[in-house]
Design a protein around this ligand. Structure first.
Ligand SMILES: Nc1ncnc2c1ncn2[C@@H]1O[C@H](COP(=O)(O)OP(=O)(O)O)[C@@H](O)[C@H]1O
Ligand SMILES: N[C@@H](CC(=O)OP(=O)(O)O)C(=O)O
Length: 455
């Protein structure tokens, strides 16, 4: 049994859904299909999930959002018409959206989860109905009935261990099962969504649950490339990479696969294949436990913006027992997580995602560092990007850091921070956001060439 997940771009229109149906029917092992909400049809378009967020937020603010509701209905109505489905399905979707709006708004995050999940839930029903209409034995699967249990953290659900045994029972069902991505249910029966892009996570959990032979993740590119194709022109395609490499690269900015999606498949040793809905014959990228890395120690370069640094200086910091713990406690008290802590003798920096910081938090953190830790200086700098060089062969290859630093300096990029992960599968550089594109291009030229073949 294979699990095939189709992303928003693969389901953005009736035309795309027809391609998806062809892919499903061309392989009898593709029995479990996980779907996202309809995504962008063009670069300027809006994803249905974003339309739903607009709907929910407008409703919370004004207790009315008819225009925003109709925008969502229209997307599904276009799709239903293009697939020659009965009009009644559009009416059912509209009723479903209205009933979600009547959910209790006392907890806005729980309310928003109800609304956001409507994209995947209704799209799964549309896809199942279309498959039936072309003669495929297919059915929609309700994630609650299937036992996809998750923690009760709105917008950031984590799968609960017991979910896997429940999901295993899906193997007993016949035909093609269409499973909505992006959300599960708490043990108390509340709908909870994963973080954005989370249908990849559903696919991986379901693949682990049914112990699939393969988890196929269909998107809009032929493979995972060594660098973001929007930054580097025609980057080399990665044929094979390890779970660790993909995890690091997706964490560091490869938007093609959610960084939390690998773990369930990895734990059950299920290979993952990234493929293109618009070119399903292509071999795609296989993500597996091990690869031969002698020829290609580095497999990819990723970058992500939106980081800030809390810089702290105190003379003899290195001699002070418990300084690091007390610094992190101050950050923990503000419910902020951190990414890296590069340190010197008398100074340290805590690098974190800027989106977690507010002016009030910033003010409290700096004041406490000065007052409680007796720091000589403390301030926050914004506008950093993290560049990550990733490859299993890094730990056995001399000179990678030197080559990377030279490539950055040759391109006029100042390095603000360097951090080698303990696993030695990645090397991170902190740089100013405005330098990201030239840093990626410079590193790409240093480690890859037009002739590079990533085995
Ligand atoms: N290194 C990379 N390799 C391939 N695609 C990448 C890479 N980095 C970023 N991307 C982007 O990821 C996009 C696919 O992810 P996403 O839009 O989430 O797809 P989906 O809608 O299928 O879930 C591609 O269109 C591509 O622009
Ligand atoms: N639709 C959700 C979940 C998802 O995974 O979407 P996509 O497959 O289009 O990245 C989102 O936009 O966040």
């Amino acid at each position: 049994m294979k699990v095939a997940k189709f992303g928003g771009t693969s389901l953005a229109s009736a035309e795309q859904i027809k391609k998806v149906a062809d892919i499903i029917t061309s392989d009898n092992d593709r029995r479990l299909v996980v779907v996202s909400a309809p995504g962008k049809r063009t670069d300027e378009d809006t994803k249905v999930t974003d339309l739903l967020i607009r709907l929910g937020e407008t409703y919370l603010e004004k207790k009315e959002a008819e225009k925003e509701l109709q925008d969502v209905v229209e997307r599904f109505s276009d799709i239903a018409a293009g697939l020659n489905l009965d009009e009644d399905i559009v009416k059912t979707i509209e009723d479903d959206l209205r009933s979600r709006l009547s959910y209790d708004t006392a907890n806005p995050e729980q309310f928003m989860d109800q609304i956001k999940a409507a994209g995947e839930d209704n799209n799964a029903k549309v896809v199942a109905r279309y498959l039936q209409s072309i003669g495929v034995v297919a059915e929609y699967v309700n994630p609650q009935e299937a036992g996809l249990y998750v923690s009760d953290e709105p917008g950031n659900a984590q799968v609960l261990p017991e979910a896997y045994d429940h999901l295993y029972k899906l193997r007993e069902k016949n035909g093609v099962l269409v499973f909505p991505g992006f959300f599960g249910y708490s043990k108390e029966g509340r709908l909870v969504t994963f973080s954005r892009g989370g249908s990849d996570i559903t696919g991986s959990i379901v693949a682990a649950g049914v112990q699939a032979e393969l988890y196929e993740n269909f998107t809009d590119v032929d493979s995972v490339f060594a660098a973001n194709p929007k930054v580097v022109e025609e980057p080399v395609a990665i044929k094979r990479m390890t779970y660790r490499e993909m995890r690091e690269l997706s964490y560091a900015g490869f938007a093609v696969f959610h960084d939390e999606a690998l773990i369930p498949a990895f734990r059950k040793s299920i290979p993952v294949c990234i493929k293109n809905t618009n070119n399903p014959q292509g071999s795609g990228t296989m993500i597996i436990a091990e690869r031969e890395y002698a020829l290609n120690p580095i497999i990819g370069i990723a970058a992500d913006k939106g980081f800030s640094t809390i810089y702290v200086r105190k003379y003899l910091m290195n001699r002070e027992v418990g300084f690091g713990r007390r610094l992190l406690e101050i950050i923990e008290d503000e419910e902020i997580s951190y990414e890296h802590i590069p340190s010197g003798i008398d100074d340290t920096s805590v690098i974190l995602e800027d989106s977690q910081m507010t002016p009030e938090k910033e003010e409290r953190i700096i004041r406490r560092i000065m007052d409680e830790l007796g720091a000589d200086d403390a301030y926050i700098e914004r506008g950093f990007a993290m560049i990550m060089l990733v490859g299993e062969g890094m730990h056995e290859t001399v000179g990678i850091a030197a080559r990377a630093s030279k490539a950055l300096s040759d391109n006029g990029v100042n390095i603000e921070m360097i951090n080698q992960g303990s696993s030695e599968v990645s090397l991170a550089f902190g740089i100013k956001e405005e330098n990201v594109d030239k840093a990626i291009s410079g590193l790409y030229e240093e480690f890859f060439s037009a002739k590079t073949v990533l085995q």
